[in-house]
Design a protein around this ligand. Structure first.
Ligand code: PMP
Length: 362
């Protein structure tokens, strides 16, 4: 492994995984836990896999401080399936409120509207999805209030939760800032996150839901869309994405080992500060998309003076082993995704390259 060449990976998702986690998975691949089989080849009902899923849940509970009256589920279908499952399970005949701050919350609302009543509590699209809403128009009788903690494409992040009216449950899509910093889970009725940004490979979605919410699930939902059944089975109603759950478990262990979410946040702030400082000190050569108060610690979209320079930036970056910096096709420009597994060294390499590129082309 001496000639191992790892990329500086700024992909938006699937994104970087900790090297240690990959190495452990590699070491255990052919013989998991003395079974003589890989974790992919053993029964999801075996005691070895039971330990994998139970340890993953216990470690996540510890990392996030999840209270005992919440269930943790490891589901399939991505965060996109949650856009539909959430209203199917928790809305009953009422209407749900959505705060629209970017492409993902807009998509979540669109999906909810297909199945019943949903309304916008705010929408920042007219300003280009570059900030958090100044005020909310909240329905005091809403079935729930949904927001997207971090808009992956627009780089807009909430650092304190919006406050719903009394008695209205708060629901959060935390796909792209999951386990990136401590949060107070007790403020939420439900959180969900596709794993493939901060927590593991694609194929598993983590859902954290307060017990009382499960009482809302209607009686005749198809079983794979039914939170109550899935929660009662411990995510083992059918064959779960066992390899993805195994990797997610290794990532939770890694996050605990490096000091838990307070330590993870500190590293994430160091990386984000490096990149934002470089943007701010570039004299307008680099232009950040997001207003300073809503700047994401995870995804940093920015523009260069011309599209031509943006293309050159992306290809020169690649030659420097800096991968995944092209912005989302819907907004263009560049985007640096600096998820948990991106190292401070990776961020330093990126800003070194940004400064050098500006000197050459500015
Ligand atoms: N929500 C957010 C915030 C996302 O970033 C994404 C994926 N980029 C999704 C939802 C959709 O996730 P999935 O691809 O897992 O369905």
């Amino acid at each position: 492994m001496s000639n191992l060449k790892r990329a500086y990976n700024f992909n938006a998702g699937p994104g970087a995984l900790p090297l240690e986690v990959l190495q452990q998975a590699q070491a255990e691949l052919l013989d998991f836990s003395g079974t003589g089989m890989s974790v992919m080849e053993i029964s999801h009902r075996s005691k070895e896999f039971e330990s994998v899923i139970q340890t993953a849940e216990a470690d996540l509970r510890e990392l996030l401080g999840i209270p005992s009256n919440y269930k943790v589920m490891f589901l399939q279908g991505g965060a996109t399936l949650q856009f539909a499952m959430l209203p199917m399970n928790l809305r009953a005949t009422g209407s749900a409120d959505y705060i629209v701050t970017g492409t993902w919350s807009k998509t979540a609302l669109k999906e909810a509207k297909k199945l019943g009543a949903a309304r916008e509590a705010a929408n920042t699209e007219a300003e280009g999805f570059n900030s958090l809403p100044a005020k909310l128009d909240l329905d005091p009788k809403a079935a729930y209030l949904h927001f997207t903690a971090n808009e992956t494409i627009h780089g807009v992040e909430y650092f304190s939760e919006p406050t719903p009216p009394d008695g209205v449950p708060l629901v959060c899509d935390t796909s792209s800032d999951f386990i990136s910093r401590p949060i107070d889970v007790s403020k939420y009725a439900m959180l969900y996150a596709g794993a493939q940004k901060n927590a593991g490979p694609s194929g598993v979605t983590v859902v954290i839901i307060r017990d009382d919410m499960l009482e809302r699930t209607p009686a005749n939902l198809p079983v794979m869309l039914d939170y109550k059944t899935l929660a009662a089975s411990g995510s083992l109603h059918n064959t779960p994405p066992s390899f993805a759950i195994y990797i997610v478990g290794l990532v939770f262990k890694w996050a605990k080992k490096i000091g838990g979410l307070a330590a993870v946040e500190k590293i994430n702030r160091t990386k984000a500060d490096l990149v934002y400082k470089t943007i701010d000190e570039s004299g307008g050569f680099y232009r950040g998309h997001t207003k300073p108060e809503a700047r994401s610690l995870m995804n940093i979209p920015f523009r260069l003076p011309t599209e031509e320079l943006e293309n050159t930036f992306a290809s020169d970056a690649k030659k420097n082993n800096l991968i995944g910096l092209k912005g989302h096709r819907s907004v263009g420009g560049m985007r640096a995704s600096i998820y948990n597994a991106v190292t401070v060294e990776g961020a330093q390499e990126l800003v070194r390259f940004m400064k050098e590129f500006q000197t050459k082309n500015g």
